[in-house]
Design a protein around this ligand. Sequence first.
Ligand SMILES: *Cc1c(COP(=O)(O)O)cnc(C)c1O
Length: 415
Amino acid sequence: MFLSRDLAMEIAEKYSTPCYVYDEASLERQARAALAFPNVFGLTVRYAMKAASNAAILKIFNSLGIQIDASSSHEAKRAMRAGIPPEHISLSSQQAPENLDELIALGVKYNACSLFQLENFGKCAPGESVGVRINPGLGSGGTNRTNVGGPASSFGIWHEYIDKAKDIAKKYSLKIVRIHTHIGSGSDPLVWQKVAEMSLDTVERFPDVEILDMGGGYKVGRVEGEISTDLQKIGEPVAALVKKFAERTGRKLHFEIEPGTFLLANCAVVLSKVADVCDTGPLGYKFIKTDSGMTDILRPSLYGAQHPIAILPREGCENREYGEYVVCGHCCESGDILTPAPADPEGLSPRRLVRPEIGDFCIIGGAGAYCSSMSCSNYNSYPASPEVLIRKDGSLKLIRRRQTPEQVSENEIPL
Ligand SMILES: *Cc1c(COP(=O)(O)O)cnc(C)c1O
């Protein structure tokens, strides 16, 4: 991990723990890898900002040439408040936003993700260009992860209803210029090839489509044994298909991807401290209680996600023995576990860690994506943790202050 003991001590002294720590050099490395995604007729990379929505992170990516994928009108507005130009924002949402006409007038691009949304867009902006998100119906024999585009997913317009979408477009003189398929396909090149084939079949049914957006879902291994996606490997067969499509149809499709996880999964850690240590006897477990938990990282409790964890002893006590420990969070909630069994949030999976002492640092890795944006902050009235960025020159920049106790309850109306 990119955090040295000295830096951990400096951060803890300045900003206290728990604290998210992002590494700008790592963010930039991932951004460059995404921008090198194989393509034939041009590429737009959109950062799926729900992964971590801090304005500083949006600005870093945008300054490198990455645009924004927003999953709600609130996200679109937040990106604009952060200084992202509206024409760099594309909105693909589960809900039809109330103020869609305002957003469109500002220049935000829109992908209709249901027939109702397309109808709604038609009423707001007749005659305009729009994208449609299609659920290609992929059930390609993989795991649940690769199947999120199939019949069990509510996202997008079901592929058998394409004619209905075309009827709505006709009714409002809409030009469908973008096909969007985000199905979370993982790291298997064959699955991506299959999805690309299906997406191109869909594109062929829409003569005005100029852009194919294949969404995100590029998995990143956080702990040993988990596979990371090689964008070159999965992108090459897709690019070859786009080229063939052009040769056959004369249509040169611009390509878009929308990575979230890929851009920052391993670019941040949560710096926490060992708050207590206890055990439940020789037949039980040894527990490490941290001053962090589901209020900073919800993924382990939510879906048994695995995050690397390291105990960083204070200086001078490095020669401690190892043991097997269950690491828990600070919430009064038995589900607040940082070492669940893989994909089983109800199971415990002790980790081999240095014997901890109270006051040691506990560093939780893989905390860039879906952590600060998806934690259950304010449970037990813990204030939301600060976010710190390690700049490329090694300096520290606070990019979000710790919430104050007053802010936690500021919207309450006393009797
Ligand atoms: C969440 C989301 C993404 C990003 O998914 P990752 O798995 O983080 O890459 C991309 N596009 C859309 C439409 C999304 O909803």
